[in-house]
Design a protein around this ligand. Structure first.
Ligand code: FES
Ligand code: FE2
Length: 357
């Protein structure tokens, strides 16, 4: 289950540069493309003629042309023309609210009337010369909430990411979780420790010594429906840690937009926005490569965990103190989903995999 009356990241602009993109989001098969004047459009991926996926077609002069028999579809879901046919009586297909902002294309899979572009979260680093951003996309066969759990409990870094960002001090340092409205914050501060390999690289990237003790922080922020932003970084020990002046630290935000595809699969948009040495493109590429490797390590764990949960649907799971961030995030999601249900019909609402842990 997932909230549907909300914005999700659907794709990045480059994915619709050349041709239409078919992507399932919250159980809805949607085609994304650039219509008239390059404006992004999102429609049901279903041709009203014989049901072919429109995403197999192409865009001509802002119209989406079905690749099967040439039906021409308009951005609002009304057939405009078809060779040799009168199309006036053709049934319309559904169109979805969609917006292009901050380097992403966002879609609202629920009630169109409730969609408000002002609810799209503002991303500080977009188009801001003080920041650099690099990211990517993974498809992962797991419930989106397993990824939220993963990101709200970074103790797994010690084990899953032992050679890059993991270190025993993460395990040894308790984290603190607070809830502020619909935001859950889990933070951990580790002082006077040696930086692990990924953070050594980041220190060098900011022209700082990498062989001295540092203060390290992780501040994970969940906001619904499935966004987790993690302030991360290291500062040379004793310079103020998180609050150290920029010349003594490497500060970044791990960006995670988790878009449900089905109840048991996600499109995972990951990235890192860094606020040091932003003009160094080679550094952006190196960090992106490192982060991609790190996140690919979570992939197998999450997919196998999902398989286990499906194979043993009745098994109880533990809720330990380290799980508090994920548990609180799920509570907020449960509340939002209950409110949606109570408000009535959510188009194409989904069921199944339930509330574990
Ligand atoms: S199925 Fe699309 S035009 Fe025939
Ligand atoms: Fe991880």
């Amino acid at each position: 289950m997932f909230p549907k009356n909300t914005w999700y990241v659907a794709c990045t602009p480059d994915e619709i540069d050349e041709k239409p993109l078919g992507r399932k989001i919250c159980g809805e098969s949607i085609v994304f493309y650039r219509g008239e004047e390059g404006r992004v459009a999102a429609l049901e991926d279903f041709c009203p003629h014989r049901g072919a996926p429109l995403s197999l077609g192409y865009v001509s002069e802002g119209k989406l042309v079905c690749g099967y028999h040439g039906l021409e579809m308009g951005c609002e879901g009304k057939t405009i023309a078809m060779p040799g046919q009168r199309v006036r009586g053709f049934p319309p297909i559904r169109s979805y609210p969609v917006a292009e902002r901050y380097g992403f294309i966002w879609v609202w899979p629920g009630e169109a009337a409730q969609a408000d572009a002002n609810l799209i979260p503002h991303l500080d680093w977009y188009d801001n010369p003080e920041w650099a951003y690099g990211g990517g996309l993974f498809h992962i066969a797991c419930d989106y909430r397993l990824m939220i759990d993963n990101l709200m409990d970074l103790t797994h870094e010690t084990y899953v990411h032992a050679t890059s960002i993991g270190q025993k001090e993460i395990d040894e340092t308790p984290c603190k979780t607070t809830v502020e409205g619909d935001t859950v914050i889990t933070s951990r501060f580790m002082n006077n420790i040696m930086p692990p390999p990924f953070w050594k690289l980041a220190l060098r990237g900011n022209n700082l010594a990498d062989d001295v003790p540092v203060d390290r922080w992780q501040i994970c922020r969940f906001t619904p429906p499935s966004q987790v932003m993690i302030e991360v970084g290291v500062a040379h020990a004793g310079k103020g840690g998180y609050d150290a002046p920029p010349e003594h630290k490497a500060y970044a935000v791990v960006v995670d937009f988790i878009t449900p595809e089905t109840d048991t699969s996600i499109h995972y948009f990951w990235g890192m926005a860094r606020k040091f040495n932003p003009r160094d493109k080679a550094l952006t590429a190196t960090i992106r490569e490192g982060q991609g490797k790190i996140f690919s390590e979570d992939l197998e764990m999450l997919e196998r965990q999902q398989k286990n949960l499906l194979a043993w649907p009745d098994r109880d799971l533990l809720k330990l103190n380290i799980d508090t961030g994920g548990v609180q995030s799920r509570k907020i999601l449960d509340r939002l989903m209950a409110a949606e249900q109570a408000a009535g019909a959510v188009p194409g609402g989904s069921s199944a995999l339930e509330d574990r842990p």
